[in-house]
Write a protein that binds this ligand. Structure first.
Ligand SMILES: Cc1cc2nc3c(=O)[nH]c(=O)nc-3n(C[C@H](O)[C@H](O)[C@H](O)COP(=O)(O)OP(=O)(O)OC[C@H]3O[C@@H](n4cnc5c(N)ncnc54)[C@H](O)[C@@H]3O)c2cc1C
Length: 399
């Protein structure tokens, strides 16, 4: 007779790990197992991102993003303090570099006030240059709460506590292939073992739609993967950026727009762009997966995205292929940057959910059907928000 679990969690990224941690925090006796197809934690979005602790300034008041980012912010700092996760609350500026961006900048400031952020300031050109002397700001918003953190280390610490403090179980190299009901139990089938359980929580990131399709016949969201490529500033040019410099986001495509980020492990990253990826976990331009492409092409929403954002997408592909074009985008924020100042900096792939009509789902999406929860959309700032999302899910599944 195989062991029966109370909860199986699919995915050892920050959302899955935080959910497991919260479940055990509330009820140490629960039998919880985390399954992941990789050999360890945070191998995808959670370990390949910009490493920013977001303040919550951008998000629609009362949205899941706004609520969980703001409460997750406090939780993550508390967690990092108690568990020696390196972080630095260094602040950032969001800069308008042309008069047409001023209205957008003012709107972000209003959002920040509505979301209750303390201490954010509007700065004129001279004040902006005191913070980032090399940026091309006409005006800016200073956000003191923003920070940087080592998210891979955070994931490792969450796993450590889950295993060693709470007696949880994590099994790697277990790719979930099916979920079936068997005599009142749920059975999670994997490429390794099968796991019998009462409840399932899927936090499968770039594959969240495929897992949702296993149990939800009417799942109406699909993941469209967008690769984000980075450059790094050569060490002798790092003086050009003190901390974090962000552009005014495009409200239609909020994750578009390259920025500069000081990393907690040292160095300055520049990017990312947002290029439609031909493979969900493909980190290079040449990575290609037939099934991933076929699934995108068969989804009506995909074609509507192409129609809506095709021009923007072509610009992003151009910036992916041409370092000169990427440099030009960065020069918008720091005119002194030259192509020779940039070295390769890796890439991450974003899981962006899209509906049938081609709407990119902006807010987090958590679908519950009795004893199964699917996290169907957890884009940025889900790393910042992970402990709050984990708490929310653990409360949902317990009731
Ligand atoms: C380029 C980039 C920059 C970003 N920058 C930031 C930032 O600065 N700050 C911020 O707050 N957020 C940022 N984000 C967003 C943040 O990284 C993600 O929202 C967050 O990491 C999502 O975590 P997750 O656990 O849902 O997904 P993931 O970390 O992707 O984890 C999903 C896990 O599920 C596993 N899995 C998938 N399918 C299966 C299967 N069939 N069987 C078993 N396991 C499976 C995968 O192997 C993976 O380990 C960024 C994202 C990207 C891509």
């Amino acid at each position: 007779m195989s062991i029966k679990y109370d909860v199986v969690i699919i995915g050892a990224g920050l959302v899955g790990l935080s959910t497991a941690y919260n479940l055990k925090l509330n009820n140490p006796n629960l039998k919880v197992v985390i399954l992941d197809k990789e050999s360890g934690v945070a191998k995808h979005q959670s370990g390949n991102n910009s490493g920013v602790i977001h303040s919550g300034i951008y998000y629609k008041p009362n949205s899941l993003k706004a609520k969980n980012c703001i409460s997750g912010y406090t939780s993550i700092i508390d967690f990092a303090d108690k568990n020696d996760v390196p972080y630095d609350i260094c602040g950032k500026i969001i800069v308008a570099t042309s008069t047409k961006e001023i209205e957008g900048l003012n709107n972000i400031y209003k959002r920040g006030v509505e979301n209750g952020l303390q201490g954010i300031k509007k700065l004129n050109k001279e004040q902006s240059l005191e913070i980032e002397p090399h940026c091309a700001a006409l005006s800016s918003i200073y956000v003191p709460q923003t920070g940087i953190i080592d998210y891979s280390k955070m994931a490792e610490r969450l796993l450590y506590l889950f295993l060693n403090q709470f007696g949880g179980l994590a099994v790697f190299n277990q790719k979930v292939t099916n979920i079936v009901e068997d005599g009142g139990n749920l059975v999670v089938e994997t490429t390794g073992d099968n796991y019998v359980t009462n409840k399932i929580i899927s936090c499968a990131g770039l594959f969240s739609d495929r897992i949702a399709n296993l149990t939800e016949k009417t799942n109406d969201l699909r993941i469209i993967p967008f690769r984000g490529e980075y450059f790094k500033l050569k060490p002798e040019k790092e003086y050009l950026v003190k901390n974090l410099i962000y552009p005014v986001p495009n409200p239609e495509f909020p994750f578009l727009g390259v920025h500069f980020t000081r990393m907690i492990s040292g160095g300055i990253e520049a990017g990312p762009n947002a290029v439609l990826a031909f493979k969900r976990e493909g980190y290079k331009f040449s990575d290609f997966d037939f099934d991933d492409i076929k699934q995108s092409l068969l989804w009506p929403g995909f074609w509507r995205i192409v129609a809506k954002y095709g021009r923007t997408g072509i610009g992003e592909i151009y910036r992916s292929l041409s370092k000169a074009a990427f440099t030009k985008a960065l020069q918008n924020l720091i005119p002194e940057i030259q192509e020779v100042d940039l070295i390769d900096g890796g890439a991450g792939v974003r899981a962006q959910a899209c509906d049938r009509k081609g709407n990119l789902i902006d807010d987090f999406d958590i679908l519950q059907n009795k004893n199964i929860i699917h996290v169907r959309n957890a884009p940025s700032p889900a790393a910042t928000s992970c402990l709050s999302i984990g708490k929310l899910i653990s409360e949902k599944i317990s009731t």
